[in-house]
Design a protein around this ligand. Structure first.
Ligand code: MOS
Length: 750
């Protein structure tokens, strides 16, 4: 059968029942019993341990390292510094593409931020390596650092995030402000937040001549493979990366980081396998973070409570050596209708590690400011915050005028409000108390995140024993890809899950694209869907051309696939099993291939987003100002839900991070030294179980015919976006104190 004949065949329909099932994690037992191999669990024969030494100054040069003392310590095999490290094929400071960070890989003696790697000690044991690091006694030539938003001149960056213009707008904001009956102008500040996934970044690197085996957690197998190939001057196919499990990624494991490159360099230097695990305190530097912002919101509102203007300006931090800028203002382009909108960004260059992607980059920090300002505007108009949001509901995307591909936000508002009991909320702040005398407040926020897709590939096999296999180099950061993508895989072949061998998490499988931008299930899922379609088409072609098959000659009617059988559409009696078709054809298997990508026509015609609404209740101690979140209800509409159990977990995770954003998380920087003073999980606060209240998550049904054939929008990041603002607004409602610096602290309230 030639491809041309197959392409002219009628589309074959597939029936599966796995998508939509709330299955538990297929890898759950392996994980909780310790059988699931994380990168740092690997111990190849002859492996050495590498430990980074990192800078305690934030600007200047390293002038001396006592490498003799470190090398003399028993068990130390080598000390790698900028003077002796193996060469790289490409300068790590070269920006080879927008999706490559400039890396700190010991290219010189310069220091650009505190926590920058300045040496690596390689030893027989981790203890010896740590001791070697402590013997290095670095001497520096320090220079004065700039580490705060007010310490440098702001500039307008060419782009914020990859490919987003720094400025955008529609209409005349000045006129809109002049026309307004009420005006809100407020400045909101968000702190730097550092990635603290449960699993820190780690690598086990093994060279075999010019071939390289790498175990490392990554959100982008092919991206990492390509970047390593470029840096080390070897062919990508000579690099094998295994990344079956990640203990969290959240954006920090998307682009190759300096410490991973250092692990590979160390293995090259000592010609033995090397393991390098980033220590918790070392997470606060070279591994990207959510940069600090100062956001100025100006809203104009007419006599009916309708926005006449929205202006959202962000001043954000970036590093002295790279360009990522938190795109916080962009949220104001899409959520609320206004005839005039202006969004803009400026950045300052500081001696900090380069900021980067951190769960809902831009939207998380931008929405806490926008949702707070909207709440301020609602109160200024004497309106209920939900009624105000409904009065400013965007029927089309405000900045582009495009219709939304689907938008069940009204249903999200309604369902979450009903569940929460919002109708009983008094308008005035400081008007509710519980039986213990605690101030009680109710707040809400709108959640939104774009529905993105990237290019991805998959392979599907149907085998002569009637089983199938799907192969894709996808990434499970903990979100449940091993389960959700396997559900799509089984349905793509119209097989049950147990008959579908799902292989993932390795760079020798087809490139699934990056697991980021909440687009992985859509991207990998569509590649799988198409690969299955292709495999079924090839199998159908065999049957339709075979006189001995009950399906022979039924080409024009089309074929349906169900339960491992092909049927002639509309003629249930004519069917044959996959196994029989293949056996008679004398084939062990047929192979299908699928490629997915964002649909440019859909992007051109529609604004593609997931939506949600989050309601929060807080209780505030009237004497001490301590805030506890006592209830949260979120409702989200994100197109087709592959596995409601996994999706609920993702959304809870996002809502908890919103709680963290509002009340807990911040990196505190010493202005004199540029060092982060709370670089540990004792003082860098993230919510623990005792901080997390009863939460409910409602999944609002939504069909979207435009985002992709499966109708998947993505749920990884949206949960954080409405949640932080909802809590801030609840704190105001409890206390009457409008706190615009985050996280909200006790002293700011009392
Ligand atoms: Mo996300 S910040 O795209 O993992």
């Amino acid at each position: 059968m030639s491809d041309i004949q197959m392409n002219t065949a009628p589309a074959h329909r597939r029936h599966g029942s796995n998508i939509g099932q709330p299955l538990t994690r297929r890898d759950g037992v392996a994980k909780v019993t310790g059988a699931a191999p994380y990168a740092a669990d690997r111990h190849p024969d002859g492996m050495l341990h590498a430990v980074m030494a990192v800078s305690t100054i934030s600007h200047g040069r390293v002038v001396e390292l006592d490498t003799d003392a470190a090398s003399a310590h028993p068990g130390v095999v080598a000390v790698m510094t900028s003077e002796n490290r193996p060469p790289l094929a490409v300068d790590p400071d070269e920006k080879t593409n927008p999706f490559a960070f400039r890396l700190d890989a010991l290219q010189n003696d310069g220091v650009r931020y505190a926590g920058q790697p300045i040496a690596v000690v390689i030893a027989e044991t981790i203890e010896a390596a740590n001791e070697g690091v402590s013997l290095l006694n670095p001497c520096y030539a320090p220079e004065h650092p700039r580490v705060a938003l007010d310490q440098d001149d702001a500039f307008v960056p060419p782009v914020v995030g990859p490919g987003m213009p720094a400025e955008a707008g529609i209409g005349d904001v000045d006129k809109g402000m002049a026309d307004a009956v009420r005006r809100i102008e407020a400045v909101y500040e968000t702190p730097p937040q550092y990635h603290n996934a449960m699993e820190p970044h780690s690598i086990v690197a093994t060279w075999d001549g010019d071939r390289l085996n790498v175990d490392t957690p990554t959100q982008g197998l092919a991206l990492s493979q390509g970047r390593i190939a470029e840096l080390f001057g070897i062919a990508p196919e000579n690099i094998h990366i295994r990344s079956p499990f990640l203990g969290g990624g959240f954006g920090s494991k998307g682009l190759l980081s300096g410490p991973i490159a250092l692990g590979i360099l160390a293995a090259k230097m000592v010609e033995r396998p090397v393991k390098l695990v980033v220590r918790r305190d070392q997470m606060f530097g070279p591994l990207s973070h959510r940069g600090a912002t100062r956001q100025t919101l100006r809203l104009g509102v007419d006599g009916e409570g309708r926005l006449t203007a929205v202006s959202h300006h962000t001043l954000a931090t970036t590093s002295v050596h790279d360009d990522f800028v938190e795109p916080s203002s962009n949220v104001s382009q899409t959520i609320y209708a206004s005839p005039a909108i202006a969004t803009s960004h400026e950045a300052v260059r500081l001696h900090i590690g380069t900021p980067g992607f951190m769960r809902a980059p831009g939207e998380a920090s931008g929405s806490i400011a926008l949702e707070s300002a909207i709440d301020e505007a609602a109160y200024a108009c004497g309106m209920d915050p939900l009624a105000f949001r409904l009065a400013n509901y965007a029927e089309v995307e405000p900045i582009s005028g495009k219709p939304f591909s689907s938008k069940a936000l009204r249903e999200c508002y309604a369902q979450a409000a009903r569940k929460f009991g919002w109708a009983d909320r008094p308008l005035e702040p400081h008007s509710m108390r519980d039986a213990d005398g605690m101030l009680v407040g109710w707040g809400m926020g709108t959640a939104l995140f774009p529905a993105m897709m990237f290019e991805g590939h998959a392979r599907a096999l149907i085998r002569d024993d009637g089983t199938g296999a799907v192969e894709i180099g996808a990434h499970d950061m903990g979100q449940g890809a091993w389960t959700a993508l396997a559900q799509i895989a089984a349905d793509s072949l119209a097989l049950d899950l147990d008959s579908t061998d799902f292989r993932s998490g390795s760079s020798d499988l087809p490139d699934a694209g990056i697991a980021g931008g909440s687009g992985h299930t859509a991207t990998a899922g569509m590649a799988i869907h198409k690969a299955g379609e292709d495999a079924i088409a090839k199998l159908a072609a065999l049957a339709l051309a075979d006189q001995a098959s009950p399906l022979y000659g039924a080409g024009n009617a089309g074929v349906e696939a169900r339960d491992g059988h092909l049927f002639v559409s509309g003629d249930e009696g004519r069917s044959e099993s996959y196994a029989d078709i293949l056996r008679r054809a004398g084939k062990q298997q047929v192979e299908g291939n699928g490629t997915s990508a964002a649909n440019p026509d859909a992007q051109e015609q529609y604004s593609l987003n997931a939506h949600g609404a989050v309601f929060a209740e807080v209780k505030v101690d009237p004497d001490f100002g301590q805030v506890r979140v006592s209830r949260m209800v979120g409702a989200f509409a994100a197109g087709r839900i592959i596995n409601p159990r996994m999706v609920e977990s993702q959304l809870f995770g996002g809502m908890i991070w919103g709680l963290s954003f509002a009340l807990h998380e911040q990196a505190v920087t010493d202005r004199r030294t540029g060092r982060i003073m709370n670089a540990d999980l004792a003082e860098y606060h993230v919510p623990v179980n005792a901080d997390v209240p009863p939460m409910e998550c409602l999944l609002v049904p939504e069909e979207d015919a435009h985002v992709n054939a499966l109708g998947i929008k993505g749920v990884g990041e949206i949960g954080i976006t409405g949640s932080a603002g909802a809590i801030a607004n609840a704190v105001w409602h409890a206390t009457g104190a409008r706190i615009r610096n985050f996280p909200i602290s006790m002293d700011a309230i009392s």
